[in-house]
Structures are given as structure tokens and as C-alpha cells.
Design a protein around this ligand. Structure first.
Ligand SMILES: Nc1nc2c(ncn2[C@@H]2O[C@H](COP(=O)(O)OP(=O)(O)OP(=O)(O)O)[C@@H](O)[C@H]2O)c(=O)[nH]1
Ligand SMILES: [Mg+2]
Length: 361
């Protein structure tokens, strides 16, 4: 039996098992086994797409990377050709694009890398189309742009499912569950709240499956078996997502049935492009950081564009080499400073509008 069949069989078993106290343990075990097999499948795809090259081994560039995922012929290539410097072939037939095509969108001072990909179809993670390659590129995204056609709102669920199957958790956060291995005494459980969705038996069977027989597990919330498995798997990616509805020229606006917040565009006619660029920029969460003029300089430099949450070290990486190599400390003015002119180290987290002066050794 191949990996795909094994997963199918286990999933059938989960579906056909009645859930009650007596079966919790067994279901937990099955879920953990499924997760392990899926991990195997994802890592095979990642290996394949980077070893073979095959037009999917793209280096990340710019301030952030946006990956476009959508069914065939929804207009991905039309869009990337419209808003970036890339030229990606557009045609009325499906599967026009056969590899990953990068382009750069310049907006608000940020260089945003966008990746065009072949169309994705149901069953992608089982290897349909170039599904696995597409999904492994998607794992590298800072933002996943889900492009839909105005006539097909039902495609959203299909794509969200395919992404979830390869460990991409859209707009989510890692569950607050910590697991520490011990040497003896069995598993001790701690929780900030009452656990209503996971029984002690299920927790133990899942932990055992991942090789934990002694130690401490702490829950920060009322999590599910899938959440616990996410933490134990440890390879989940938590990307942001933006839903974009193309071809609204055919429907006269975004029809009902699309997720709230979806941006309507017509890539072909160039309608909604400014709103889309702004939505991408805002979703990615950029901030402007100023470097204080050095002795003898009179003019302020252009602000540096950084992702929210960036540190002084991240900033130094964008400056000439010496700034990181000979870094001694930095002085900070602005929102992130406890007092103006505060002296900080490389781990200091910056905020929008901060002014930084790096002192070198
Ligand atoms: N009516 C309408 N047609 C559009 C629009 N944008 C793109 N198209 C058409 O849709 C067809 C497919 O466009 P592509 O950009 O090649 O689609 P794709 O998603 O890259 O397709 P694959 O590479 O095959 O996955 C072409 O015939 C485009 O002209 C739009 O805004 N409105
Ligand atoms: Mg295309």
C-alpha cells in the first residue's frame, strides 16, 4: 500500500469510528498516524521540487513573498503580468502556466515578490497536476493570495483544504501547548482552562505515538487533537491569506458566497488594482524605519521598509555588511523606545516610525 492509500484507509477508519470515551484513545492514535504519513508526503514533495529544480525552486527576494494559488484559468498570470514586472503567458485554455514565475510588485516603498503558479485542482496534495510542487512553494509564502473566479465561490473550500493538508494554517497562530520530555513518572497534564475536546486518554495515546512517555504537557486553551498534533509535528506554517475574486466584470461586483473581506478585481481590465495592492501591503504588515543621519550627513535617508515585528538585527541585515559584523549597540527614538535615545541590542523589536542609530565597534 502506498502512502496515499494508507492515509485514506486511516481516514476512513476515523470516520467510521463512533466517538465516545472508550474510543477517544484509538481515534487519537489514528489521527497521529495520519499526521505522520502526511508529513512524509510533504517532505517528499519539498525534496522533489527543490532537488529536481523543475521550475519550482525559486529564491525568496524582496521584502516579502506572495504566492498566488488558484484553479486553472482564473487569471493568475493576467494579474501578475498586470501588477509586477513579470511576463507570464496568458491563454484561454487551462494549465497555460507550467512552472513558478516570479515578479516584483513595487508598492509603498516595499518590493513585494509575487509568484505565479500552475492552476491547482482538488487532490493536489495527492499529486494531481503539479499539486505537490505548488503546495511546497506555498509553504514559503508570507502571504497566500487565493485567486478565485467570480462564478466559483465553492473553489475556496477546496483550496483551503489542500493547503491545510500540507500543514499550512491560514491566518492562524501556533497553539499554545508546550510539551517537555521527562525521564520518569508518566505524563503530567496542566491546563489553564477545562479541556472539553481532548480526554486524558487521547492526549496520552497521541503523546505516546510521538515517543513521549514521561514529562509535562501544558495547555494554554481548550485545544483539539489536531492542535496537539500540529505542535508535535512542529512543521506547520502559519501564513496570512488574502482572498481575491477576479473577473468581476462578468458579475458586476463580488457575488454572495465568497469569504468576507474578499477583494473584487478584473485583472484583464485593470479594475481594482490599487485596492488590491493596498490590501496586499496591509496584510503583509509593513512599517517604516528611519536611520538617523551619521556625523557629517545632513540629509535624512529614505525610510527602510520592514515587516512588522522586525528587530534591530533584521534592519542591520539590510544595511551594508559592516553594520551587523561590527554592531556594538543601537540608539532608538520612537514608539519602541522605553525612553528616547534608549540603548538596545540586536534583539530589540522595532515599531513603525522608529529612528535608529547603530553604533559600531
Ligand atoms: N472576463 C475576464 N476574463 C479574464 C480576466 N482576467 C483574465 N481573464 C481571462 O481568463 C483566461 C485565463 O487567464 P490566465 O491569466 O491565463 O489564467 P491562469 O490562472 O494563469 O491560468 P493557468 O495558468 O492555466 O492556471 C484568459 O483568457 C484571460 O484573458 C478578467 O478580469 N475578466
Ligand atoms: Mg497562468
Amino acid at each position: 500500500m502506498g502512502v496515499d492509500e494508507k492515509i485514506k484507509a486511516l481516514e476512513d477508519e476515523v470516520r467510521n469510528t463512533k466517538r465516545h470515551k472508550g474510543t477517544e484513545h484509538h481515534i487519537g492514535l489514528l489521527l497521529a498516524k495520519i499526521a505522520r504519513l502526511k508529513r512524509e508526503r510533504v517532505s517528499q514533495a519539498i525534496k522533489r521540487s527543490s532537488v529536481s529544480g523543475g521550475g519550482f525552486d525559486i529564491r525568496k527576494e524582496g521584502d516579502a513573498t506572495v504566492v498566488m494559488v488558484g484553479f486553472p484559468s482564473v487569471g493568475k498570470s493576467t494579474l501578475i503580468t498586470k501588477i509586477t514586472n513579470a511576463k507570464s503567458k496568458v491563454a484561454a485554455y487551462e494549465f497555460t502556466t507550467l512552472e513558478c514565475i516570479p515578479g516584483i510588485l513595487e508598492y509603498g516603498g516595499a518590493s513585494i515578490q509575487m509568484l505565479d503558479l500552475p492552476g491547482i485542482i482538488a487532490g493536489a496534495q495527492e499529486g494531481k497536476g503539479r499539486g505537490r510542487e505548488i503546495l511546497s512553494v506555498a509553504r514559503k509564502a508570507d502571504l497566500i493570495l487565493i485567486l478565485l473566479e467570480s462564478g466559483s465561490p465553492q473553489h475556496y473550500e477546496v483550496i483551503a483544504r489542500e493547503l491545510s493538508e500540507v500543514g499550512i494554517r491560514l491566518d492562524g497562530h501556533p497553539p499554545r501547548i508546550s510539551v517537555k520530555k521527562g525521564i520518569k513518572g508518566g505524563i503530567r497534564m496542566h491546563s489553564a482552562v477545562k479541556l472539553t475536546r481532548l480526554s486524558p486518554q487521547a492526549i496520552i495515546s497521541i503523546l505516546n505515538e510521538y515517543g513521549y512517555h514521561n514529562g509535562d504537557i501544558t495547555f494554554g486553551d481548550d485545544y483539539t487533537a489536531d492542535d496537539l498534533i500540529d505542535v508535535l509535528e512542529g512543521n506547520r506554517v502559519y501564513s496570512k491569506s488574502l482572498v481575491v475574486v477576479n473577473k468581476v466584470d462578468l458579475t458586476g461586483g463580488v457575488p454572495p458566497g465568497f469569504p468576507p473581506g474578499a477583494v473584487g478585481i478584473s485583472a484583464d481590465r485593470g479594475a481594482g488594482m490599487e485596492e488590491l495592492k493596498k490590501a496586499i501591503y496591509e496584510k503583509l504588515g509593513f512599517m517604516k524605519i528611519y536611520t538617523k543621519p551619521r556625523a557629517g550627513e545632513v540629509k535624512w535617508n529614505e525610510p527602510m521598509i520592514m515587516r512588522k515585528g522586525a528587530t534591530v538585527e533584521d534592519m542591520c541585515r539590510k544595511l551594508p555588511k559592516g553594520f551587523l559584523k561590527d554592531f556594538k549597540y543601537a540608539l532608538i527614538w520612537g514608539k519602541s523606545a522605553k525612553f528616547q535615545g534608549q540603548r538596545v541590542g540586536p534583539d530589540h523589536v522595532l515599531q513603525d516610525g522608529d529612528v535608529v542609530y547603530v553604533v559600531k565597534k
